[in-house]
Design a protein around this ligand. Structure first.
Ligand code: ADP
Length: 438
């Protein structure tokens, strides 16, 4: 195509140089000078073309220069050939070995798996950590290389937001953490870390808190028993002794609540990674909760609104404890009616606990769920709080993939919202909307 039209297309340039040469000969009658002039016109014109072509090569993404017809035809053909090739191929070909090389040199184990979960690639660290040889396992499903229910389930669910921890055995303590991220069309990059030590430390801390709390229960029961005995013996004695015994009783009860909250928190933590999917009738749970609280808060009103009848997949005891902490806090820190609402939102079902109490300054909100974080120590002491209630709520929220939001303004009350993901909601045949006064 290029050769066929070249001379035809360049004829204009040739005609121009002939015209210039002819004019020169007519004027000077000097053949040599005329030929020289013709050659110069052609050389300058083609030289200029070459400069433009070099410039275009430096920026091949631009359109080719509109130049002399012959060169234009060549450039057009080059441009068409280039645009027929997939643009990404050279970049990928160049970047893939580079990427593989950098991942291969990493100390952390890295793997690549395809959409169905088959092993595409892994580095030396992964071979060592997973005790396998890439050449033997290439193309096999990762869930077969590392058998176990949790990895299979994790890959099936494709929710890679939280890392996965598994104990591939045979050493019962050996613990690996997997972090998945998607790349390419449907491939996954997996980083694996040995977290045996971290896992052991976390377990020791949990066990320690759990054991200490458990061990404190017996002596505390004995002390409480003695306080009761002394109170009955000292019934008719002086006011100072009675006051001291009352204070001892209050502190013993506080200690009892602390121990029971600590034990509950360590129980929730120990099963945090487990999937909780019992079907919980939330309307029923909330009604029961309000009824349970009524005897202790006879002078207070709890308004229960249930415009949603959705059930939740979760753990009944954990949900009960989290919601009870929110409602008790609302009762403790306010004096007006407390509203509990179970409703459906665009992102999923939500539980709202609303009070008209003193509200919370925005600066405290991010730290509310820390253990023993209290805004006002004296107020918490008078209300008998342990400082663990919202930490429990947060743990329960995490283990149910829910989010806790706090909307509050000083002097205007607070609303605590637990928003569950839509995939934890299950339709139920409960009554659509009820209003209960507890
Ligand atoms: P506590 O047992 O002290 O209530 P929590 O963890 O339940 O501990 O709550 C932490 C702190 O958050 C409380 O000490 C209190 O200051 C504040 N708080 C919790 N709920 C409310 C509420 N509804 N209104 C105002 N302040 C609240």
């Amino acid at each position: 195509m290029i050769g066929r039209n070249f001379f035809l297309l360049e004829s204009r340039r040739l005609l121009l140089s002939l015209a210039v040469g002819g004019a020169c000969w007519l004027y000077s009658k000097d053949s040599m000078l005329s030929l020289l002039l013709m050659a110069s016109v052609l050389a300058v014109s083609w030289g200029w073309q070459l400069v433009r072509v070099y410039r275009w090569f430096a920026h091949p993404e631009d359109l080719p220069p509109i130049g002399g017809a012959g060169v234009r035809s060549i450039l057009h053909d080059v441009y068409v050939l280039r645009s027929r090739q997939p643009q990404s191929a050279p970049a990928t070909q160049r970047s893939q070995p580079y990427l593989n090389e950098s991942l291969a040199s990493m100390r952390d184990a890295a793997l690549m798996i395809d959409g169905p979960g088959n092993l595409i690639w892994c580095n030396d660290a992964a071979e060592y950590l997973l005790s396998m040889r890439f050449t033997e396992e290439k193309g096999k499903p990762l869930a077969k290389i590392l058998p176990g229910k949790s990895l299979r389930k994790y890959l099936r669910e494709e929710n890679f937001q939280k890392p996965l921890r598994i104990k591939p055995g045979p050493d019962p303590e050996f613990c690996l953490q997997f972090e998945f991220s998607r790349f390419g069309v449907n491939d996954r990059l997996v980083f694996v870390k040995d977290v045996t030590e971290q896992d052991k430390l976390e377990r020791v801390r949990r066990d320690f808190v759990g054991n200490v709390s458990h061990e404190l229960r017996t002596p505390l029961t004995v002390i409480k028993g003695y306080i009761e005995t002394l109170q009955s013996v000292a019934a008719g004695s002086n006011a100072t002794l009675k006051k001291s015994l009352l204070s001892m009783e209050t502190q013993a009860l506080r200690m009892e609540s602390l121990i029971s909250d600590l034990l509950w928190l360590s129980r929730i933590e120990s099963v945090e990674g487990e999937r909780k999917d019992d079907q919980i009738d939330m309307v029923e749970l909330l009604k029961n909760l309000c009824e349970e609280l009524t005897p202790a808060w006879t002078d207070r009103e709890i308004e229960l609104l249930t415009p949603s009848s959705l059930n939740i997949l979760g753990d009944a005891a954990e949900l009960h404890s989290a919601i009870s902490n929110l409602v008790v806090n609302a009762l403790k820190y306010s004096e007006e009616v407390v509203t509990v609402k179970w409703t459906d939102t665009v992102v999923g079902p939500a539980l709202l606990v609303e009070d008209q109490g003193p509200g919370i300054d925005a600066k405290h909100i991010p730290r509310l769920t820390e253990r023993f974080y209290r805004i006002d120590k004296s107020r918490s002491q008078t209300t008998g709080g342990t400082g663990l209630g919202l930490a429990i709520v947060k743990h329960v929220a995490v283990s149910h993939d829910a989010k806790l939001f706090v909307d509050s303004q000083l002097g205007r009350g607070s609303t605590f919202r637990l928003v569950f993901p839509a995939d934890r909601a299950v339709a139920a045949n409960a009554s659509p909307a009820t209003v209960t006064k507890a």
